[in-house]
Write a protein that binds this ligand. Structure first.
Ligand SMILES: *Cc1c(COP(=O)(O)O)cnc(C)c1O
Length: 379
């Protein structure tokens, strides 16, 4: 059986976890949390980062930091994971869903401006498959209409955007805030885990407070205040140092992990190109401004029936492939809250996108076998 995903251990995870335990402090913000924070700030130039227990938590922190109030509107793609929306719905926000691009499942940047009203508070671009949204357009809209931008960079570790002046920027460093995921299905993982990147200094102090149950504990431990007090709303968003220890082992091997995933991605692409030329499927296409972090390899099939049948065919041959996002504007929870606009491209990807196995230990012969079966089936 070739699974869809298999968590990869670099080898040092257990050792670092043991070290964390021996340090005598395994609650949040211990030695390994600090190492991870430093790693992200140094490698990607984020102004400030805070590890969280998930990307979902980082998004919830972002909604709290932006002071989202009932009735505020937040613009985001419909083709995304529920957490992107849930975080803002928990604060009472109305979600205004944007459609996907014609050439990519990411949000169609040109469809955003007409959705902006006096109640709009934020735009939440999702870098689907680690492929950048056009951040120049989004940041210009935000500054023109006085909005905040929260990047859902759950899939976008080590992915980049080249702006109109040719400057290459890490995803997660552009919006006011950004959220990353280290769920076991992502490139770098800690089982469950996440990160909030704060690029607008105004949010740093309050982010620390919200993450520590609404207390000024972080400032107290740095000796900046002499009383540890309840000063704001908050929750427990920080992970145990055991999680951070696991994550740090992964970060030390990031370049190796990325190189391997990119190699697998290109094997898939090269071996399926003929089918694309014959019009049997469509392969991922990346806008010029986006880099490829090889988070996922997906194909687009002609219709839902073909996709369903291909999943079954691969399964019968012991290969697990998956589809995901069902347009959120048509979900059981949001359907009757949606404003009724059709979002045809979001539905298109809902019905036709298929994700193929993608993980560090996937072997060349296995990729060849998968591509061979897809070729046999679609021909
Ligand atoms: C994985 C994912 C999330 C959620 O991440 P968790 O760490 O599991 O909370 C949110 N948004 C997107 C786009 C994702 O892919």
């Amino acid at each position: 059986m070739i699974p869809f995903n298999k968590p990869y251990l670099t080898g040092k995870e257990g050792h670092y976890i043991y070290q964390a335990v021996l340090s005598g402090k395994i609650s949040g913000d211990g030695v390994f949390t600090k190492k991870c924070h430093q790693w992200f700030e140094q490698n990607y130039g984020f102004k400030k980062v805070l590890l969280t227990t998930s990307c979902t938590d980082a998004l919830e922190m972002a909604a709290l930091l932006l002071d989202i109030q009932p009735g505020d509107e937040v613009i985001m793609p419909s083709y995304t994971f529920v957490s992107t929306s849930n975080a803002f719905v928990l604060r009472g926000a109305i979600i205004v869903f944007a459609d996907s691009r014609t050439d990519h499942p990411g949000m169609d940047e040109s469809s955003i401006e007409v959705l902006i009203t006096p109640k709009t508070k934020a735009i939440v671009p999702v870098h689907y498959a680690g492929v950048a949204c056009d951040m120049d357009i989004i940041m210009e809209l935000a500054s023109k209409h006085n909005l905040f931008v929260v990047e859902d960079a759950a899939q976008a570790v080590d992915a980049f955007y080249t702006d109109k002046n040719g400057v290459k920027k890490p995803l997660g460093s552009i919006g006011h805030l950004a959220a990353f995921s280290f769920h076991e299905t992502k490139n770098i993982m800690s089982g469950e885990g996440g990160l909030l990147a704060i690029n607008d200094e105004r949010f740093i102090e309050r982010a620390e407070i919200i993450r520590e149950k609404g207390t000024n504990r972080s400032a107290f431990f740095r000796g900046e205040v002499d009383k540890y007090n309840w000063v704001d709303i908050g929750s427990s968003f920080l992970p145990s140092d055991i999680i951070a220890a696991f994550l740090f082992a992964q970060l030390e091997n990031l370049q190796d992990i990325q190189a391997k995933r990119k190699s697998i991605w290109h094997q898939y692409f090269n071996q399926l190109e003929d089918l694309q030329a014959q019009g049997k499927l469509i392969l991922p296409s990346l806008p010029d401004f986006a880099s490829n972090n090889a988070h996922m390899f997906y194909i687009l099939l002609p219709n839902l029936e073909t996709r369903t049948a291909l999943i079954e065919f691969l399964k019968a041959n012991n290969i697990l492939s998956v589809f995901h996002y069902l347009s959120l504007h048509k979900s059981a929870f949001y359907e009757n809250k949606h404003d009724g606009r059709n979002l045809p491209y979001s539905d298109h990807y809902t019905n036709t996108l298929l994700r193929l196995p993608m993980f560090y230990e996937l072997e060349e012969e296995q990729v060849a076998k998968i591509c061979g079966l897809i070729t046999t089936y679609l021909k």
